[in-house]
Ligand binder design. Structure first.
Ligand code: FAD
Ligand code: FES
Length: 275
């Protein structure tokens, strides 16, 4: 009974075995494992992932096309993310969660703007949309080798009116420039009912500004330094709120009043740093 209770408690660590590792780009991998509760999370929710002997990191929960399976899509960056990226099929990791709120599902003409692994919660959001929604996704990457989820997005949206637009900073695939350049152009040609974004904060700041100026409902999923993931330690404070508990998803109405958004964040030791 105690064991069953622990299994149900999102705050207890569950040890799972990585069953499959998919190379998405030379620096990004998706790790697939079985977990019914993480397979069913809402779009925007995250888990804390324990990499034995290294650290625990917050990760958005990625979809898989297999029932009962969940996944993380990780970009190798520093010590901890590189350790997670280096996990092999058969290795074990610890997971707890899900944590955080989720995107509000709107209907109509929707614009999703993602950069890098910020696409993870947006891809999950796509699976919650209805077939009548007209969906545009802008996928941003530095260069062609770092573009991922384009085919998956097209597959998930095959019954919708949709468009998947790739934008690379060096123009090696899709449009040349920044996702916000493409967004600005699309906003001049279309009337969207809602905009959702996740990715680098400077990018999200501009996305929120652009949507807000056009009076379009907008939500962004914000990243902050997370340790407990459940509202206890305060390391993820974002102005007056906690990113892990009050977010990670915030709407534009709130974000334009938060002076930290797009400007400052706290380091591992809690010091306020500029972006
Ligand atoms: C809610 C949420 C969801 C995330 N989802 C993903 C995802 O799907 N895929 C992915 O690759 N990354 C994701 N990240 C980022 C990830 O947690 C790490 O921040 C990143 O992988 C770098 O970690 P590192 O320790 O290797 O790098 P380091 O070199 O140690 O740190 C580099 C930077 O990463 C950030 N960082 C490091 N540790 C943490 C932490 N505990 N909490 C928050 N930020 C941290 C800080 O900005 C730090 O300056 C997410 C972060 C958050 C908050
Ligand atoms: S990570 Fe501890 S309060 Fe948010």
């Amino acid at each position: 009974m105690i064991w069953l209770e622990l299994q149900r408690n999102p705050n207890s660590i569950k040890v799972v075995t990585v069953e499959k590792v998919i190379d998405e780009t030379p620096t990004v991998r998706t790790l697939v494992f079985s977990d019914e509760s993480l397979a069913a999370v809402l779009p925007g929710q995250f888990a804390m992932v324990w990499i034995p002997g290294t650290n625990e990191l917050p990760m958005s929960v990625m979809i898989t096309l297999e029932k009962g399976k969940a996944a993380f899509t990780v970009r190798k960056h520093g010590l901890s993310s590189t350790a997670l990226y280096s996990v092999k099929a058969g290795d074990q990791i610890g997971v707890r969660g899900p944590y955080g709120n989720s995107f509000t599902i709107k209907q109509g003409k929707l614009l999703l703007v993602g950069g890098g692994t910020g696409l993870v919660p947006l891809v999950r959001l796509v699976t919650f949309l209805t077939k009548t929604d007209d969906v545009t996704i802008i996928i941003g990457a530095k260069t062609k080798e770092e573009v991922f989820f384009e085919d998956l997005a097209n597959k998930l949206l095959k019954y919708n009116r949709h468009r998947v637009l790739v934008v690379t900073e060096d123009g090696t695939q899709g449009e040349l420039g920044l996702v916000t350049d493409a967004m600005e152009r699309l906003l001049g040609e279309n009337r969207f009912d809602a905009v959702y974004t996740c990715g680098p904060e400077k990018m999200m700041h501009r996305v929120v500004q652009l949507a807000f100026e056009k009076k379009i409902y907008v939500e962004a999923s914000v990243e902050r330094m997370m340790k407990c993931g459940m509202g206890l330690c305060g390391s993820c404070c974002f102005g007056e709120v906690l990113a892990c508990k009050d977010g990670t998803v915030f709407d534009g109405q709130y974000l334009v009043t938060n002076n930290e958004f797009g400007h400052t964040h706290r380091s591992k030791s809690g010091i306020l740093e500029n972006y």
